[in-house]
Design a protein around this ligand. Structure first.
Ligand SMILES: Nc1ncnc2c1ncn2[C@@H]1O[C@H](COP(=O)(O)OP(=O)(O)O)[C@@H](O)[C@H]1O
Ligand SMILES: [Mg+2]
Length: 340
């Protein structure tokens, strides 16, 4: 994104939420610029919904603040100004359970009125959003007869029926089949095309990486990465070697890995405190984290052979480099930053 055109619409500063003594969200900083799609990625229980609820003023933070742009300024969200500040945002946080006897038209009318959408344009607007998700012909059908995916799509458009500039969607694809997930992806890309700003959470890397300009990764309530997809992919160029040995392991596996590390780690191109070798007992596969450089890769193989390790299989799976990064980031975070 061009720096000049950057305009922060939502800024989250040091946002923290405790439930009892447990930090569900801890010191989260985020900023969302006009026109971008920011993906909020993290495993279940990471703190995504809690963060979004604080952004929607549904939960009160223990610390920190949410700033939202209005009248040219970033203004702190509070009890006093929440209606005014949140008017321009469409939230879908947890898919609402609709009463089965109502129709999409009735639901969408309700949400649009609630947000003060002009009555005159209401019917036209309802048709527009139903068309966006390919459900116009269902406008007057009872929701009770809808599939889960259809209900979810109605939930998604109920968040945007008042035509907000910013849209916050919490796991809109969760529980949907692949075809419906793709429809939601296309819908989100379309929102960007018409100039909307989107903040979207998921625990599915693929759903985020396909649409987001920038990705914030949250784990145990903390942001562990926040960058453009390109930069994250750059970091993800760090890669993992998989190999299997013919040799039987005489010592304990911990001892064995320790020995391996002394000869391999200096060749990984990665600082000792950040490098790791793991062993999967089920598949008998060793994994070595390295810088992704083919030179280092061949050097590691050569050194293993020179040291009498007999290699049965040796590979560097290229698929899912980002997946590797995601796993790596959540794994090192698990161990307090350094793995031994
Ligand atoms: N009302 C609550 N009371 C106690 N713990 C909660 C509450 N809401 C969420 N949590 C806990 O906070 C953590 C983060 O939850 P959540 O924000 O829902 O994660 P995510 O949306 O990323 O799956 C989880 O460990 C969850 O169990
Ligand atoms: Mg959630």
């Amino acid at each position: 994104m061009n720096k000049k055109n950057q305009e922060i619409l939502i800024q989250v500063k040091n946002l923290t939420k405790k439930f009892g003594n447990f930090y569900a969200v801890k010191g989260v900083n985020l900023e969302i610029q006009r026109g971008e799609i920011v993906g909020f990625l993290g495993p279940n229980g990471a703190g995504k919904t809690t963060t979004m609820k604080m952004m929607a003023h549904l939960l009160k933070p223990n610390e920190g603040e949410v700033l939202i742009r209005a009248n040219g300024d970033l203004q702190k969200l509070s009890n006093r100004n929440k209606d005014f500040l949140l008017d321009n945002i469409g939230f879908l946080i947890e898919i609402p359970a609709f009463y089965g006897k109502v129709t999409p038209k009735v639901i969408l009318k309700y949400f649009a009125k609630l947000k003060g959408y002009p009555r005159k344009k209401l019917n036209e607007r309802i048709d527009t959003v139903l068309k966006m998700i390919g459900m116009l012909e269902w406008k007057d059908k009872k929701i009770g007869t809808f599939s889960k995916g259809m209900k979810q799509k109605i939930g998604i458009v109920s968040a945007i029926v008042h035509d907000p500039d910013i849209i916050v969607l919490d796991e809109p694809q969760t529980g949907l089949d692949p075809a419906a997930r793709k429809e939601v992806r296309d819908f989100i890309m379309n929102l960007k095309k018409i100039g909307k700003t989107v903040f979207l959470s998921s625990h599915l890397l693929y759903e985020i990486s396909e649409v987001a300009d920038r990705i914030a990764i949250i784990h145990h309530g903390k942001i562990i990465a926040f960058d453009t997809l390109d930069n994250l992919e750059g970091k993800a160029m760090k890669s993992v070697i998989h190999f299997e040995l013919l040799n039987s392991i005489e010592s304990s596996i911990e001892e064995f890995i320790k020995q391996l590390k002394t000869i391999i780690v200096p060749l990984t191109g990665i600082a000792e405190e950040e490098s790791w070798i793991t062993y999967d007992d089920d598949s008998k596969v060793f994994q070595v984290f390295f810088n992704g450089n083919p030179k280092n890769q061949t050097e590691i193989l050569r050194t293993l052979l020179n040291n009498g390790y007999e290699i049965l299989e040796y590979s560097v799976p290229k698929a899912g480099l980002l997946e590797n990064l995601f796993i790596e980031l959540t794994r090192t975070n698990e161990l307090g930053g350094v793995s031994k």
